[in-house]
Design a protein around this ligand. Structure first.
Ligand code: SF4
Length: 246
């Protein structure tokens, strides 16, 4: 039986897809986004030391489904979202868990960076009703600086979702001094507006609420000194996306 390494669970999520959702945070991520507010999900296996106490745990897909079913009435108009970390690091677990959700009439959403495009990862899409695709930037030079990896896979992943006709919500964190300039926002909005399966774009304002987690793990916060995105700059970003029907 395949096991999934789970970081944590939120039984009444309201920000990760439509309706009220049972949200599963998977452990492990190959990216290192400068603004990540979940650095405690990065390591595939955490070391268990006091400052980096391992709170992740293993679950079987059927066992996790049984927990989901306890909330079935509450999430009837929502569903299940799996996020992370990067869920597609554990494709076998994910495929089976989503398959069981589908079998039980539960809407499935996958929140991913689209970085992992292996055949096994793409198999998971057979059981996904909605993808929340996090596009950090479409600037090929900025992407590695922002995340530690190239951005090509994410764009291939978006092509694959279009080909398979899977609905997509784009998520994009707007970071002052990195991704909040009009030219970058304009380029991203123009790029994603070409995809029929993109149903909407969620612009997420950069905030510093995760900074304390770096400190707790003895790490330096990479964006120290960068102020949260102002309401004005967020409104500006939204206005740019609106021009493209997003
Ligand atoms: S992809 Fe998500 S979890 Fe991974 S580093 Fe980036 S923001 Fe953090």
């Amino acid at each position: 039986m395949v096991l999934g390494r789970i970081h944590s669970i939120e039984s009444f999520g309201t920000v990760d897809g439509p309706g009220i959702r049972f949200v599963v945070f998977m452990q492990g991520c190959p990216l290192r986004c400068l603004y990540c507010h979940n650095p405690d999900t990065w390591e595939k296996k955490r070391d268990g030391s006091e400052k980096n106490r391992d709170t992740s745990h293993f679950r079987e897909p059927g066992d996790l489904l049984a927990e989901v079913l306890r909330y079935k009435n509450f999430i009837a108009k929502g569903g299940v979202t799996v996020t992370g970390g990067e869920p597609l690091l554990q494709p076998a677990f994910l495929k089976e868990f989503f398959r069981l959700c589908r079998e039980n009439g539960i809407h499935t959403a996958l929140d991913t960076s689209g970085y992992i495009c292996s055949a096994k990862a793409l198999e998971v899409l057979e059981y996904v009703d909605l993808v929340l695709l996090d596009i950090k930037t479409i600037d090929a030079e900025l992407h590695p600086r922002l995340t530690g990896v190239g951005g090509e896979n994410t764009l291939h992943f978006l092509d694959e979702l279009e080909r398979r006709q899977i609905p997509v919500w784009i998520r994009h964190v707007v970071v002052p001094g990195l991704t909040d300039d009009d030219a970058s926002l304009e380029a991203l909005a123009r790029y994603i507006s070409r995809y029929k399966m993109v149903q909407k774009a969620e612009l997420l304002p950069y905030h510093t609420m995760g900074a304390y987690k770096y400190e707790a793990q003895g790490m330096e916060y990479p964006l120290k000194g960068v102020e949260p995105l102002s309401a004005e700059r967020l409104a500006n970003a939204k206005a740019i996306f609106k021009k493209y029907g997003l």
